[in-house]
Design a protein around this ligand. Sequence first.
Ligand code: ADE
Length: 418
Amino acid sequence: MDYDVKDLKLANQGKLRSEWAGQEMPVLAEISARFKKEKPLKGLTIAACLHVTTETGNLMVTLKEGGANVFLCASNPLSTQDDVAAHLVKNHKISVFAIKGENNKTYYKHINSVLDAKPNITMDDGADLVSTLHKSKVKLIDNLIGGTEETTTGVIRLKSMAKDGVLKYPIIAVNDADTKHFFDNRYGTGQSTLDGIIRATNRLVSGTTFVVVGYGWCGKGLAMRARGLGAEVVVTEVEPLAALEASMDGFRVMPMAQAAPIGDFFCTVTGNIHVIRKEHFQKMKNGAIVANSGHFNVELDLEGLDKITKSKREIREYVEEHTLKNGRKVNVLGGGRLINLAAAEGHPSSVMDMSFANQALCAEYVAKNHDKLDNDVHDVPTQIDKSVSKIKLKALGVKIDTLTAEQKKYLSSWEFGT
Ligand code: ADE
């Protein structure tokens, strides 16, 4: 069995932490128990490129219970939990290729290692696996019946591949399930990003000005939680509707040029490139703290920052202090990589439970329905999304009402009015 992890001796710690996470993943546990009996993925090879965390570990075990041969690499060089990687190899005989802090060359070597398994299904987070496959391993495409994509950035990339006619097999956009982005992107990113910023800096958020760059689902969660910690929250946006929403949610909305001199914390969650640039860093207050929680490390223009930097040093783990030529200091967290996974542990298990339940059920859906899917990016079937919310509610012990016959009739009629 082939693998590349930091240290197999970490396996026991990974096992215990995965068990702890599993206690908050009842939906995945229910699916896992069914998969164990039904083996819907029997004989299929799955190549997964995901953040290697306790929650991902539990998903990989579920896929294996379902009968799949599972290969896993990291979807970000900094997000791997080395103990989980060791646990999957040692205790579950799953081939993992991931080491926290790996350089770009090793990152792509690991992606190629999981592709060498000749997968039938890909499970991606950010679309690096799918794009590597399409760029340099086209011969493998014949083996593929479908794939899934976890995140907004990946879905956008894949949709542009489909638009250009280069996507060669169907992908299900797990990110777009309501039971994924309503919870994972909003509450998961909200909490884990602040967790990462706080673990990296140990600074008080209360009484500060916290600039949230981008007001998509992740930005909404982050703004809500930063306000909850007592910050005055400023939102910057380019979309008029999102800016209006932020404004009516009670946040100050302004361009980055105006926010730069007043922020104490800045965090980007846009999915776009260079949303904080040289001219913004130049105006920041002494001691400003800048982080990114978007998928790729492109949101901060760090090359631009280097051009106006006189000297820099790692003042504490995950904090690079830049002394600018203007004399002020600007602190960049986690090298601009997604701070919730670099300095903390990513989204809490309770939300990943729903995201990964969607992943497992979509893998099953691909296994059963790939003949009917064309080479495009597809929505998660509504029945999967609904079943995830129903099982989660049951697990949380929350009961809801059901429509009466009269209400059902009323909703399907058009005759009744004033
Ligand atoms: N993305 C964000 N948080 C995550 C987690 N805990 N596990 C896997 N992927 C994630």
